[in-house]
Design a protein around this ligand. Structure first.
Ligand code: MN
Length: 444
């Protein structure tokens, strides 16, 4: 899987892509959906991000600039209906063909491209500052897992100190069906939801704006080609069905959740909004950052056969650093930089994303191109690796001190949560997932 497109010495004639701190060097090239600001008739198009700009992939293909690498015959998608109208079109391709597209884009953008090529490509570059991002895919279904054993243990121990993990945890990648319609792209404001609160066990519940509003730092991944109803996805083939990853903030109202979650799990505490980053970092770009699956304790059970595959055990994990920052209204007014609340890593997930997908389809459930899956809150062992406020402030009992002198148990109106993700490994170029932002507006 690792090839010359991952060569750390590869540079681009787009100078900003060579900045060692950029999330988007030529080795990354995440895809997005965008339209240009300040044009008369904005048109949505597929973009590939390079440095501080993006290239209009649809235009580049129409101009014939990719014909040599990515011939028309290979542009067949499982989702022809979408064509260039969404990333579902690219997601629905055979991985082998998407790799040809990647190779072609890198050929056009690399340092050393001839002047004629550069002259033809340059007019199709737009600064990221001059575009508006749309949701990257048409997401028909969204499923959220619960795959960080540290998160599950922490949350479990708040409610069941003696027995934090349920007996199914080490056998089943636990998840619930989320809601696709309320997924929004980074930068969208989030209105504080109303809901039933029963914090006083002596009285009936009241319908008020949520008090214990929280974020959850998660990794999202998009289904590439789907599977037919009744036909599971074998673990050995699952990587063929994963398109790429994004950042996910699974906003959660803990007071609503505490009252409603039994016996069927999360509902209105979660489905009022989920924010995702606009960029899909492809599995091709992530190849250098694959790791072994989570190393289980000696007395833990091995995954059941349908979730156990030697390749997946060796390379199914992901080494992605995740960071959460907060900037309150006071911090913004006083020009105080966002403050980091946590950093964690997807290496700490108990299940690989391949195991999650295979499990999801193991009963014959049909996954569709563009479906969004999320890992669940990614937490690590340490306190500053806890990926949500519920854990970080231990249900609000250990408030966090902010550089503005403020305290936080849960989110206040005006707070902005900023999530970041990046991969670093000796011998490879750093790549990033960009940012996922959202600000809390007061309830109406
Ligand atoms: Mn979640």
């Amino acid at each position: 899987m690792i090839n010359e497109t991952h060569d750390p010495n590869l540079r681009s004639w787009v100078e900003s892509a060579n900045d060692p701190n950029t999330d988007f060097p030529i080795q990354n090239l995440p895809f997005c959906m965008f339209f240009r600001n300040n044009v008369e008739r904005p048109r949505e198009s597929i973009g590939a991000v390079i440095g501080d700009s993006l290239i209009d992939v649809e235009q580049i293909i129409k101009l014939g600039l990719l014909d040599e690498f990515f011939p028309e015959a290979d542009r067949v998608s499982y989702e022809p209906y979408f064509h260039f109208a969404s990333l579902n079109y690219l997601a629905g391709m055979l991985c082998a063909n998407r790799i040809k597209l990647r190779d072609g884009l890198i050929y056009l953008l690399r340092e050393g491209a001839d002047n004629e090529t550069i002259a033809a490509v340059r007019p199709n570059l737009t600064s990221l500052a001059d575009v508006t991002f749309k949701l990257p895919a048409f997401i028909r279904d969204y499923t959220d897992f619960y795959c960080s054993i540290y998160h599950a243990t922490n949350v479990g121990s708040m409610f069941r100190p003696d027995n934090p993990l349920m007996p199914n945890y080490k056998y089943v990648p636990i998840g619930y069906h989320g809601r696709a319609s309320s997924i929004v792209v980074s930068g969208t404001d989030i209105k504080r939801p109303y809901g039933q609160n029963r914090s006083d066990a002596e009285k009936p519940p009241v319908f008020i704006p949520a008090k214990n509003l929280d974020y959850e730092m998660e990794l999202g991944f998009f289904v590439g080609r789907g599977n037919e109803l009744g036909t599971p996805i074998p673990i050995g083939e699952v990587e063929e069905h994963i398109f790429g990853v994004c950042l996910v903030n699974d906003w959660s109202a803990r007071d609503i959740q505490a009252w409603e979650y039994q016996p069927l799990g999360p509902f209105l505490a979660k489905n009022f909004a989920t924010t995702i980053s606009p960029y899909v970092v492809t599995m091709e770009a992530l190849a250098p950052f694959r790791t072994p699956a989570f190393e289980r304790d000696a007395d833990d059970p091995q995954p059941l056969d349908y979730l156990n595959d030697p390749q997946n055990q060796k390379f199914g994990g992901l080494d992605i650093n995740l960071e959460v920052y907060i900037q309150t209204e006071k911090m913004r007014n006083e020009k105080i930089e966002p403050h980091r609340l946590s950093r964690s890593n997807t290496k700490d997930l108990y299940w690989t994303i391949g195991q999650m997908l295979t499990h999801h389809a193991s009963n014959g459930c049909n996954l569709q191109t563009g479906d969004l899956m999320a890992t669940g809150t990614v937490s690590g062992k340490e306190k500053d690796e806890r990926g949500c406020l519920l854990e970080r402030t231990w249900r609000g009992t250990e408030p966090l001190e902010l550089p503005s002198g403020e305290q936080r148990r849960f989110l206040e109106d005006g707070d902005e949560i900023i999530m970041k993700g990046f991969c670093e490994r000796e011998g490879f170029r750093r790549i990033g997932l960009g940012e996922c932002r959202g600000r809390i507006l007061p309830a109406e």
